[in-house]
Design a binder for this molecule. Structure first.
Ligand code: HEM
Length: 371
C-alpha cells in the first residue's frame, strides 16, 4: 500500500493530526479558526500580510531575543554566515556511517546531521542542541552554564565549527549568551528542518521512486550527444525536494500576532485577530496547481527559480524570507543521496504514516539501511 504514498491525500497513506486534517478539508481561502485567529491560504492576501509589517522580534524563531536583549543585526548575519560555512564544509565531508540513519525518522536523521556537521565541536558545545538535552529546560540550563565557562574567553580551546567560534570569540557576557542561544537555535532549526524535509521526500517518493534513484543518486555527471554535461540524478533529487516543499512543506504554518497592520486587509480580519498563514493549503489549491494532490517532481523540471512560482512559499515571502534557504535544499539533497546510496528502507506499521501537530510538518517512519 505504500505505493499510494505518491497520492498522500487518498486517505490511507498519510494520517494527519485531526486539526491539520480539518484545515486540509477547508475550501475557503480566508476562514475563522477560533475567536481570535483567522486562517489565510489566499496567495495575494498572504503576501499582503507578510508585507504589512516587519516580523516583530518576539515572533522570530532563530533570532528572537536572547540573554535579555534583541539580537543585533550584525551578529545575526555573522551567525548565518558561520552556519553557511559549516554546512558547506559538511557537504564536502564524507558522511558518518549510514547505520546512523536507522531508527525512527525524523529523529534519526536529526541526530545524524548533528553528528555529521557539529560533532567535531568539543563538549559541552556539541551538547547544546542534543535532543535529549533541549527537551529538558533543567539540562539545557546546565549545559548553557558549562558553555558559558568554556573555554575561558581568549583561552586555547577552539571550537571546530564556525558557529562554535562565534561563542568563543564573543566580546562580553551578553554577546556570549546570545551566541550560545543562536548556536542552539541555528543547529536545531537546521537539523530538524532538513531531517523533516528529507523524510517527507523519502516518503513521497515511495518505494518505486526510491528504487529508481537508488544507485543513481551519486552519479552526478552525464554527457549528452552535444557533449554538454548534465547533473542528471542531482537535478532529479532537486526536483523531488521542491515538490516535497510544495506538498509537505516543513514550515506549513506561519503565525502573526494581531494588530492594526492586518485589520483592513480583509473584512474577516479584525484588529484583535492573530493571523495564521498556511503555505500547506496554498500549495494545494487547484486554482494555482494542476493535479495538486499528485506528487510530480517533473513539474519543476526546467524551472530556474522555483520560488518565483506563484502561490509557492516554502521559505516565506519577501519581507520575511528565510535566511538559510540556500543551505537547506543542498543539505537535504546530500542527505537524500546518502539515504538512497545506502538503500534506506522505509517501514511503517499498517503502511500508514502519521503527521502529528507540530510546528514542523514531518511524516513518521522507521528506517533501516540495506547497505
Ligand atoms: C527546512 C528548514 C527551513 C525551512 C523550511 C524554513 C522556512 C522558513 C520560512 C517559511 C520563513 C518565513 C517565516 C515567516 O514569514 O514567518 C523563514 C524565515 C526565516 N528563517 Fe527559515 N527555514 C528553515 C531553516 C532555517 C535555518 C536553519 C535558519 C537559520 C539558522 C533559518 C533562519 C530564518 C530567518 C532568520 C528567517 C527570517 C525571519 C525573520 O524575518 O526574522 N531558517 N524560514
Amino acid at each position: 500500500m505504500e505505493e499510494s504514498a505518491a497520492a498522500p491525500d487518498r486517505g490511507h497513506s498519510i494520517v494527519y493530526a485531526p486539526r491539520i486534517q480539518d484545515l486540509l478539508a477547508r475550501e475557503e481561502k480566508v476562514f475563522r479558526i477560533d475567536a481570535t485567529t483567522v486562517g489565510v491560504s489566499h496567495c495575494d492576501l498572504i503576501a499582503d500580510v507578510v508585507a504589512a509589517r516587519p516580523v516583530r522580534s518576539a515572533e522570530r524563531s532563530v533570532y528572537k531575543p536572547a540573554a535579555g536583549a534583541d539580537i543585533p543585526h550584525d551578529s545575526a548575519t555573522r551567525t548565518i554566515r558561520a552556519l553557511g560555512k559549516d554546512v558547506m564544509e559538511g557537504i564536502r565531508t564524507p558522511p558518518p556511517p549510514a547505520r546512523g540513519l536507522n531508527g525512527p525518522w525524523p529523529y534519526a536523521a536529526t541526530s545524524y546531521l548533528r553528528q555529521w556537521l557539529f560533532a567535531s565541536d568539543p563538549l559541552p558545545v556539541s551538547l547544546l542542541s542534543k535532543r535529549g538535552i533541549t527537551r529538558s529546560p533543567a539540562l539545557s540550563r546546565i549545559v548553557d552554564r558549562a558553555v558559558t565557562v568554556w573555554p575561558e574567553p581568549g583561552g586555547a580551546g577552539h571550537g571546530r565549527t564556525a558557529l562554535a567560534e562565534q561563542i568563543r570569540s564573543a566580546s562580553d557576557a551578553r554577546e556570549r549568551g546570545q551566541a550560545i542561544a543562536m548556536y542552539r537555535r541555528a543547529t536545531a532549526t537546521l537539523c530538524d528542518g532538513v531531517a523533516a524535509l528529507t523524510g517527507n521526500a523519502l516518503w513521497l517518493m515511495g518505494p518505486a521512486g526510491r528504487e529508481q534513484l537508488m544507485g543513481r543518486a551519486g552519479r552526478k555527471q552525464l554527457t549528452d550527444s552535444a557533449g554538454r554535461e548534465h547533473d542528471v540524478a542531482g537535478a532529479d533529487l532537486t526536483a523531488v525536494l521542491w515538490e516535497t516543499l510544495r506538498l509537505l512543506p516543513p514550515a506549513w504554518m506561519l503565525y502573526r500576532t494581531g494588530g492594526d497592520a492586518y485589520a483592513g486587509l480583509h473584512p474577516e480580519i479584525r484588529r484583535e485577530d492573530n493571523v495564521a498563514l498556511f503555505p500547506l493549503l496554498m500549495h494545494r489549491h487547484p486554482h494555482y496547481w494542476s493535479e495538486p494532490m499528485d506528487f510530480r517532481p517533473e513539474r519543476w523540471a526546467g524551472v530556474p527559480d522555483p520560488e518565483k512560482t506563484p502561490a509557492f512559499m516554502p521559505f516565506g515571502f519577501d519581507g520575511a524570507r528565510c535566511w538559510a534557504k540556500h543551505l537547506v535544499v543542498p543539505l537535504a539533497e546530500r542527505l537524500l543521496t546518502v539515504a538512497l546510496d545506502n538503500r534506506l528502507a522505509v517501514r511503517v506499521p499498517n503502511q500508514e504514516t502519521h503527521v502529528p501537530l507540530r510546528s514542523l510538518l514531518s511524516v513518521r517512519f522507521d528506517a533501516r539501511s540495506g547497505a
